[in-house]
Design a protein around this ligand. Structure first.
Ligand code: T4K
Length: 367
């Protein structure tokens, strides 16, 4: 008998009755988009949650493009150990990505390698809190300040994470982008935001996401685009925020089951190197031993109907679109070739975790 598939993630959904209750209001008002009341409510709720001003967008990638469009054209130093979106956003907003090495411990941008990547053309630094592992903000901040350039974070994976000192991840850097995609720990189906303490930047982004229109539509100081989130997705966000802590607790339980079953077997767990005071358990990445055939392990698990993902292989440096971009990153390229993410979501059952572990160990011993 064929077993049920286990995918790398399964989006959380609030109780249907709670969603239909909010839909009733949308039906009554007929305000579907253009910053309606649910949008306003979600922006305020997230500002309170993050402890810093939040500007909602239609998705995380678009939010990042809008943010990077506020900079003069130049080079932006980033990591190749991330999803394609990070470097795509740099290129598509008129800049050149410059790739910098990562730390082996947690796969985040290595401050020790950063200085050498900065040139007279650098306009910003864009590290990634990959897997929810917070970057070494104090060290990065010092370098950014020394060069007088902004420090923006791709915080797509870091919703709800708190620093060792207990601050929200959203308070780090000059601005941070969060993704609210369906596969994320908190989602609005598609969605994202920019968090920033800079009130002028927040105001500018609000204008830019609405075609650049200001003064009630009678002025257009700079060309903008359409980055707005609609009421249906804002409703999803309000409810998922209500149930967020339950979702994290479910993820943590599955994460801990994996850790106790897999420790001491020559595997490394880069998300477990996280020193945050509060984690979100966004992913369960494994670093397989050097020389492992990761594709073969994934294929064997797939025969058991278990769908892992190689987030984030290959290193961005190996994509044709970024071929001409500066930066040598052998460490990051080698780490990316060893990584495999196991299924992780709040209602991943004990039996399913066991199925994943059994399939993984069998695939590894067949190497
Ligand atoms: N920066 C970073 C560092 C990012 O990781 C991302 C996005 C961004 C920026 C950009 O943010 P957004 O513009 O997306 O807000 C996913 C997501 O589409 C993407 O949001 C995410 N990072 C990236 C790491 O992963 P895929 O192509 O891996 O997703 P997909 O469709 O293969 O889904 C994975 C599994 O999840 C499926 O096998 C089944 C399950 N699934 C998925 C969806 C969408 C469901 O069960 N239901 C669903 O609705 O990209």
């Amino acid at each position: 008998m064929k077993t049920e598939p286990i995918y790398v993630t399964k989006p959380v959904l609030p109780p249907l009755a709670e969603y239909t209750e909010l839909l009733r209001g949308i039906w009554e008002r007929r305000l579907l988009t253009n910053c309606g009341p649910l949008h306003t409510e979600l922006e305020a709720a997230l500002t309170a949650f993050f402890g810093v001003e939040t500007v909602l967008f239609t998705n995380g990638h678009t939010a990042l493009e809008f943010l990077l469009q506020t900079l003069p054209a130049g080079e932006i130093v980033t990591t190749p150990f991330t999803f394609a979106s990070t470097a795509n956003a740099i290129l598509r907003s008129g800049h050149t990505p410059v790739f910098c090495e990562v730390k082996e411990s947690d796969c985040t941008l290595d401050p020790a390698a950063l200085e050498a990547a900065i040139t007279g053309r650098t306009v910003a630094i864009l590290p990634v809190h990959v897997y929810g592992n917070l970057c070494d903000d104090a060290a990065l901040r010092q370098i950014a300040d020394r060069h007088g350039i902004p420090l923006f974070y791709d915080a797509a994976h870091a919703f709800g994470v708190k620093t060792a000192g207990g601050s929200s991840s959203a308070t780090l850097g000059d601005a941070s982008m969060f993704s609210f995609h369906a596969t994320k720990v908190f989602h609005t189906v598609e969605g994202g935001c920019i968090c920033t303490k800079d009130a002028a930047l927040a105001a500018k982004l609000r204008t830019m996401r609405n075609f650049g229109l200001a003064q009630g539509g009678e002025a257009l100081p700079e060309a903008g685009g359409n980055g707005k989130m609609d009421e249906f997705r804002a409703a999803m966000g309000l409810l998922n925020l209500r149930h967020f802590e339950e979702a994290v607790a479910g993820r943590k339980a599955a994460n801990d089951r994996y850790l106790s079953a897999l420790s001491g077997r020559g595997l490394r767990f880069p998300a477990d190197a996280n020193t945050a005071a509060k984690r979100n358990y966004a992913y369960f990445p494994l670093l397989l031993p050097e020389k492992s055939n990761v594709a073969a392990v994934a294929a064997r698990m797939q025969e058991q109907n278990i769908f892992t993902r190689r987030y984030f292989y290959p290193s961005l440096r190996q994509f044709a679109a970024f071929g001409g971009c500066p930066g040598e990153t052998p460490k990051a390229d080698a780490l990316a070739a060893r990584v495999l993410c196991l299924p992780l979501y709040p209602d991943l059952s004990e039996d399913d975790t066991d199925r994943v572990v059994t399939a993984l160990l069998a695939a590894l011993s067949a190497q």
